[in-house]
Design a protein. Structure first.
Length: 290
């Protein structure tokens, strides 16, 4: 049973590696913080203008106004999470870390020639940030920052709220698109909004698919205690995925706590507080017990 589960995990990791290889190539060419902020503002402002300020039809204006209440909240959480991901330090190696290592082989293996210091497990040197990052997941060109131990939660929330806001925006814009495509009567508002509304609906449809896929992949990485860098390693099975060593009733508990913290009341918010910090210190990691 364990071998079958590990074999399935290997197949999943191969697919994830292929996806992220293509994603990172696109990231390096197009992604930067200014592009991300521009996309978010475009999505928010164009949806607001074409559904509330200058809609094609006011036939469903009440339901549109009602849906905009949670949508405003989603965009606030999205911008908040994105800026926290950009400006939160992902985790630095403490000064003089590893000086007491007794095993010379460990010292050789865990020494960063670029930073000239020892580094803990799962710590990698980022050539873009020119530093070592604790539990480095990936360097995000969209954020202009690495995703590591202390901001992985914010990245997860950013992808979650981006996906939800895109889907809800698509639903709201679709109410206008339905009138354009299926209503026989003359438009009640300016016909100039027809083409922009249809273009926006298509943009939101694509954005909803992409962001949902990214969020699902991010969730899978979190609950299996895996990073994008782990996927590039020769052995795709992650020895830090400790879900196999705990009861099945809460199989991903420990892995989830290491990213989201132990306070469930703080999970929806891009903050930690004293009780919501990630479980652990980013320096030592529990391994699967063979």
């Amino acid at each position: 049973m364990m071998n079958e589960e590990i074999g399935f995990a290997e197949q999943q990791n191969i697919l994830l590696r292929l996806f992220f290889d293509e994603y990172m190539r696109l990231d390096k060419k197009l992604a930067n913080p200014a592009s991300l902020v521009s996309i978010l503002f475009f999505q928010y402002c164009s949806t607001l203008y074409l559904t509330l300020i200058n809609p094609y039809s006011n036939a469903r204006i009440q339901i549109t106004q009602t849906l905009w209440i949670p949508l405003h909240l989603l965009y606030v959480m999205l911008f908040w999470s994105a800026f926290k991901s950009m400006f939160t330090d992902p985790g630095r190696v403490p000064k003089n870390y590893g000086m007491l290592f007794g095993d010379q082989e460990i010292k050789k293996r865990r020494y960063c020639l670029m930073c000239r210091q020892f580094k803990p497990e799962r710590c990698c040197h980022c050539s873009w940030c020119q530093r070592c990052v604790l539990n480095m997941d990936v360097h995000s060109f969209w954020y202009g920052n690495c995703i590591g131990f202390f901001n992985s939660k914010f990245d997860l929330l950013g992808q979650f709220y981006f996906s939800l806001s895109s889907i809800l925006s698509l639903i709201i814009v679709s109410l206008q698109a339905i009138d354009i495509l299926f209503k026989d009567q003359e438009p009640q508002f300016q016909s100039k909004s027809i083409i922009p509304t249809l273009i926006l609906a298509f943009f939101l449809f694509v954005a909803s698919i992409i962001t949902s896929i990214q969020f699902i992949i991010k969730i899978q990485l979190v609950i299996t205690n895996t990073t994008v860098i782990n996927l590039d390693q020769q052995n795709p099975i992650n020895v830090y995925d400790i879900r196999y060593s705990i009861i099945l009733s809460f199989i991903v508990k420990e892995n989830w706590f290491q990213v989201m913290g132990t306070n469930p009341w703080l999970w929806p918010f891009p903050i930690y507080g004293e009780s919501g910090r990630p479980k652990g210190d980013g320096l030592t990691w529990q391994r699967i017990q063979n």
